[in-house]
Design a protein around this ligand. Structure first.
Ligand SMILES: [Zn+2]
Length: 285
């Protein structure tokens, strides 16, 4: 069994399938697209939760990054950064961006709408709502080489909350790359208390459960990262942090072979069988 998105993958086939099923539009594929704001397609189209998906392809082929903002509707820097990243063309590879995953929550400026979206992805079980299932299907079809989920917190990591941190998956070759990206950003942050900390994603079975990046990493075997900024800092700075870390992780991935061949470490936990997920999703409408 190959970890999803890590090696010898069927991404081309899946990508073509996604296009044929309308999940991802073809508007910009292979063009080295210029900045634009028209979505390629819409998630949950025709429902009150409808939200656009953007895609940009670099001039050279390469890895696929999936960027998600607005899982929590009151975490502004996350979805504003994702909206700007939706207009960014990576030098190589492609991005698929869902800036406002929970569009209703973003419109209402509330953390939740129809429940907390970031508690609806239990590891080993079916995502618990139609929106969560639609997002997971997008992940399955995109087969990203990296997934970034952009959030905010009301406190700093050094004070026991999650602000100013990036959580990375415990896969081989990931830690040193993320540390490089973080130290580069930290050199631009004067106040020591506002500098970023890299932490390992908590394993399945730890609270909270149902977190998107945990399911992506531990069940989907996607290198998934959770970026959190501290809401008391300037909004423009928080947006910059999200963008810099996201681009840094993507570019670091492009330049490092370890990420392509790395397999999840198995120290102390049993990997889940990704076939279960595929079977579950084959049954969805
Ligand atoms: Zn959040």
């Amino acid at each position: 069994m190959q970890p999803l998105g890590l090696s010898d993958r069927t991404s081309r086939r899946s990508f073509m399938k996604a296009i044929s099923t309308g999940v991802i539009g073809l508007c910009t594929a292979g063009k080295g697209a210029a900045a634009r704001s028209q979505p390629d397609t819409v998630l949950r189209k025709g429902t009150t939760q409808a939200t656009p998906i953007f895609q940009n392809s670099g001039r050279e082929s390469g890895q696929t990054a999936l960027i998600i903002g607005g899982v929590h509707g009151n975490e502004r820097a996350g979805y504003l950064a994702a909206e700007q990243l939706a207009r960014w063309t990576p030098p190589r590879g492609k991005t698929v961006v869902v800036p406002r995953a929970n569009a209703v929550a973003v419109a209402n400026e509330t953390r939740e709408a129809n429940g907390d979206l970031n508690r609806q992805f239990p590891v080993g079980k079916r995502p618990t709502t139609p929106l969560a299932r639609a997002l997971w299907r997008l992940i399955e079809r995109t087969q990203p080489d990296v997934l970034l989920d952009l959030h905010e917190s009301t406190g700093r990591y050094i004070d026991g909350k999650l602000g100013q941190s990036i959580a990375y998956p415990p896969f081989d070759g990931v830690r040193s790359g993320v540390n490089q990206v973080v130290s580069r950003l930290n050199r631009s942050i004067d106040r020591a208390e506002n500098r970023f900390h890299a932490r390992e994603l908590p394993r399945p079975g730890t609270d909270p459960s149902g977190v998107l990046v945990k399911r992506a990493a531990f069940e989907g075997r996607v290198p998934a990262y959770l970026i959190e900024t501290y809401t008391e800092l300037e909004l423009s700075e928080r947006v910059r942090y999200h963008k810099t870390l996201t681009k840094g992780v993507i570019q670091n991935l492009s330049s490092r072979d370890e990420h392509h061949s790395g397999s999840p470490s198995t120290n102390g936990w049993s990997p889940y069988d990704t076939r279960r997920t595929s079977e579950l999703f084959d049954q969805l409408p």
